[in-house]
Design a protein around this ligand. Structure first.
Ligand code: SAM
Length: 330
């Protein structure tokens, strides 16, 4: 199957469009929409791991703009789907069951049961799988987008739903990887995350070669998870005072500092001024800072005293307005 679709954190389209052909050699980008990229695999059609995307799907069919109800139109098309040899090869060897998921404009929608059964029967006929809505081996999605295009997809990623698998406060691995990507990872990088928590950014950074990866946090409880990541060093510290990190000894600071939401920060400007100064001190003159921040004027003001923001991407994190910032030392 060469026609693929991957989803990612909306807001970072430009970054993903640039990075995908590097991560998947030979791939050609066909279409980029909010949080979705469609591409054609080149060469032998093999798909490497793409750490900065959420789900990846084989694209079985696309649907044109619906004149009436998009669910009716898509379900009818699925009922006419005759199968696909290449897609059959993508099924895990022991897969015997499936679920059909229907989404319209990012929301799960229910399909009237007669229509649903007809679509499920068509999938059974095409793929030899039985419907199991509770515990399926594979998922088919019909997904109609606000841009007026629909997709019939076979999900090929196997990870669970991040909302269910992540621990409290832990950053999504695909967003952590996007932050690392924005730092322009180089094999000579000495990388630091001074607010590493359970280590999502440190773990994501291990997807690319580096000279060293270090993280720290003031909570011993969360650091224990980060300490288990192979190839990273962790420290218990207050990130406003990184005395054990020498001046100009870090090439990339990539971090997700607290926003004052779970734990109140009385003086957001004061707190951010201190941590921005410390991070500025430890990076080299050519270093880079990648920060996941709240959208807040006081935070922006604190960043701007010592850093020059060169790229800024608005994103939503757990429904909250946030921004991803690439900054260079002033
Ligand atoms: C938004 S969370 C980072 C989560 C992390 N990216 C992860 O995936 O687990 C912010 C982290 O900063 C830590 N923290 C808050 N204030 C700190 C301080 N002054 N020094 C060091 N760590 C601090 C918290 O314990 C928390 O783990």
């Amino acid at each position: 199957m060469r026609n693929m679709v991957s989803t990612f954190v909306p807001g970072l389209e430009g970054l993903v469009e640039r990075a995908l052909p590097q991560q998947v050699p030979g791939a050609t980008v066909l279409r980029v929409m909010s949080g979705l990229i469609q591409y054609r695999l080149g060469g032998k059609g093999t798909l490497p791991e793409i750490p900065f995307v959420n789900n990846t799907f084989a694209c079985l069919a696309t649907f044109p703009k619906a004149k009436g109800n998009p669910v009716d139109m898509m379900v009818q098309r699925v009922c006419q789907f005759g199968g696909n040899e290449e897609a059959l090869r993508l099924l895990p060897p022991k897969a015997s069951s499936f679920r059909l998921v229907c989404m319209v404009q990012g929301e799960l929608v229910s399909v009237p049961s007669r229509q649903m059964e007809a679509a499920e029967n068509a999938i059974t006929a095409a793929f030899g799988l039985v419907s199991n809505r509770a515990r399926p081996d594979v998922e088919f999605w019909i997904n109609y987008r606000k841009e007026g295009i629909g997709y019939f997809l076979l999900r090929v990623t196997r990870h669970g739903d991040f909302q269910k698998t992540l621990k409290r406060g832990e950053l999504r691995p695909d967003l952590a990887a996007l932050l690392c990507l924005l730092s322009g990872p180089s094999r000579n990088d000495r990388v630091l995350d001074p607010f590493c928590g359970r280590g999502a950014i440190l773990r994501a950074r291990t997807h690319w070669p580096s000279r060293s990866i270090m993280g720290g946090d003031r909570s011993d409880a969360v650091l224990q998870d980060a300490a288990r990541i192979p190839g990273v060093q962790v420290r218990l510290w207050d990130a406003a005072d990184l005395t054990e990190v020498a001046d100009g000894s870090v090439d990339a600071v990539i971090t997700d500092p607290p926003w004052g939401v779970f734990e109140k920060i009385e003086d957001l400007y004061g707190f951010y001024s201190k941590i921005m100064r410390e991070m500025r001190r430890v990076v080299t003159g050519e270093g880079r800072g990648v920060f996941l921040l709240p959208r807040d004027k006081e935070v922006d003001r604190a960043v701007a005293t010592l850093w020059r923001v060169v790229e800024r991407y608005p994103v939503l994190v757990s429904g909250r307005k946030a921004q991803v910032v690439l900054a260079l030392p002033q």
